[in-house]
Write a protein that binds this ligand. Structure first.
Ligand code: ADP
Ligand code: GLC
Length: 488
């Protein structure tokens, strides 16, 4: 089948989180199954700077907020997708530096409603007609709120392809005002709680849920959680109403990029044979030296992620003083995000320079080195639609400590007498969202760490887990097939 992917970020061109990784790796997995996936992205400045052989396919004129935009449709070369990366070039909207969503001061671009409405309008046009090409998608697969209006626009088109909408994170809802709605010239009948209106404004995420033929989210547990008020971000009613139209398909990871056997960022490559522990100790030594921490045999904890409330950073900062006082463990943290969390971490690192290393910023290289060099990976997310980092850590034999939620619950098997003895344990799951519960679980992990034989077994079981895309790509393929077959 032909599938057009529409998304607002994709590794390696532009990335703020796991969405970019999925938009890179899922098409690759689907292509291996025989589908043909083409991807469409906004032509942000960084994307234009990082792709080769750009060709202009055509130029169209599309309404924005009270003005019409001249839009160039570009085709670029991409190693994995071959020639099939389409870029929507509207310099007024996308030729900007840095993050796709926020300005350098951390605030959202004020014209985000217009930016992603124009993008979605163009994607909906491409779904029916791509200049200089006879290729037509059977399915348009849209991701997150930035593409939520694509199924909405396609709902007004005769003989449109089927649409699948994936929610990667319900916390980002593409919520805008009634004024925006009017300025964007969206159809007046959409302004209803039955369509896109949402608590006095309108939500592009809700548009995606309502107008698409099927909605998925990125783990089975999160698919259930979001139908409850605790996790539903006020969408629980809408989501419950979807019934069978909503399902959870677990993300996979790119086994080539996240592969300790071939990873060129790490000091010592390894497989899950008996030399794991020795190889990991070489990587740990390297990480400690880069982090300026002493190489004294103490256990090393790692964290990589966006510094936002979702990730439970405050649980880590609340736990750290006790951890450092009561154990000999050290920790390396890599992340960027909210200024208050960044500041808390920097202050803690200054207070414990021999025990704690904090790198504020983005570093693909250090992320790989932490996965390979840490003994334990800490991921206490309050909610986690799927989470890729815990899967990277499984693959690198670095048992994760995670909260019992979303994709974390679906990918980690908690250590217990039973799971250790039947060799299914892969990490540590705590059940209460508190620094105390996290600390208690880290203490049990450190206890087990002293038992080298059991620890070795745990690392090897973690590395054996099937965290690739094959199974889930098949589920997407079957879903596309079912949607196409059920069309009139
Ligand atoms: P989310 O999408 O919610 O941020 P995921 O665990 O799904 O969480 O994916 C996060 C991705 O972003 C991973 O590939 C992770 O390695 C990467 N990442 C997050 N922060 C950083 C950072 N500061 N430096 C390098 N990579 C990062
Ligand atoms: C979101 C979620 C994360 C998920 C990623 C990719 O950013 O926060 O849990 O892994 O999308 O689906």
């Amino acid at each position: 089948m032909n599938i057009l992917f529409a998304a607002s970020e994709a590794f390696p061109f532009i990335k703020t989180g796991g969405l970019a990784d999925v938009i890179h790796s899922l098409p690759n997995a689907l292509n291996k199954l025989g589908d043909e996936v083409r991807l469409v992205l906004p032509a942000y400045r960084d994307v234009l700077a990082s792709v080769d052989s750009i060709k202009e396919l055509g130029m169209i004129d599309v309404p924005g907020a009270g003005v019409r935009h001249k839009v160039r449709i570009l085709k670029a070369h991409e190693d994995i997708l071959g020639d099939y990366l389409y870029l929507i070039d509207v310099p007024d909207l996308f030729d900007r530096p840095g993050s796709p969503y926020v300005r350098s001061d951390g605030y959202a671009w004020p014209d985000n409603a217009e930016r992603y409405t124009v993008f979605s309008r163009v994607v909906a046009l491409l779904a029916k007609w791509i200049p200089k090409s006879s290729w037509r998608p059977h399915v348009v697969h849209c991701h997150d709120w930035q593409t939520g209006l694509v199924p909405a626009f396609l709902s007004m088109v005769h003989d449109a392809p089927a649409t699948v909408f994936t929610i990667h994170n319900l916390a980002y809802d593409g919520y805008f005002s009634h004024d925006d709605f009017n300025r964007l010239g969206l159809p007046q009948h959409w302004w209803s709680p039955d369509y896109v209106e949402f608590y006095g404004g309108f939500s592009m995420l809700k548009a995606g849920m309502f107008f698409s033929n099927h909605v998925t989210t990125v783990s089975p547990t999160y698919a259930k959680e979001i139908c409850t008020p605790e996790f539903g971000h006020r969408f629980e009613g809408v989501l419950q109403h979807l019934g069978d139209k909503l399902s959870g398909i677990l993300n996979g990871i790119d086994l080539d990029i996240w592969n300790p056997q071939t990873d060129s960022y790490i000091a010592q490559n390894y497989t899950r044979d008996d030399s794991v522990i020795e190889a990991k100790s070489v990587n740990k030594k390297d990480l400690l030296s880069k982090a300026g921490l002493p190489d004294n045999g103490a256990p090393l904890l790692g964290f990589v992620g966006r510094l936002v409330e979702q990730k439970g950073i405050d649980l880590i900062t609340a736990m750290l003083p006790q951890l450092l006082a009561r154990t000999e463990a050290n920790m390396v943290l890599l992340g960027s995000g909210h200024m208050a969390y960044e500041q808390d971490l920097v202050e803690l690192a200054a207070a414990y320079p021999d025990r704690l290393h904090v790198h504020i910023g983005y570093s693909e290289e250090l992320a790989h080195q932490i996965e390979a060099g840490a003994d334990l990976f800490i991921m206490p997310s309050r909610f986690e639609p799927c989470g890729l980092n815990q899967m990277y850590s499984l693959r690198y034999g670095t048992p994760p400590v995670v909260n019992n939620t979303g994709g974390l619950a679906d990918t980690v098997v908690n250590v217990s007498l039973q799971t250790l003895s039947n060799k299914t344990a892969t990490g540590f799951i705590f059940n209460e969202e508190s620094a105390e519960a996290l600390f208690a679980m880290v203490l049990s992990a450190l206890d087990l760490f002293k038992n080298t034989k059991l620890w070795h077994e745990l690392c090897k079981t973690a590395m054996r887990q099937d965290v690739g895309w094959e199974k889930s790509a098949n589920e997407y393929h079957n879903l596309y097939r079912a949607e196409v077959d059920s069309r009139p």
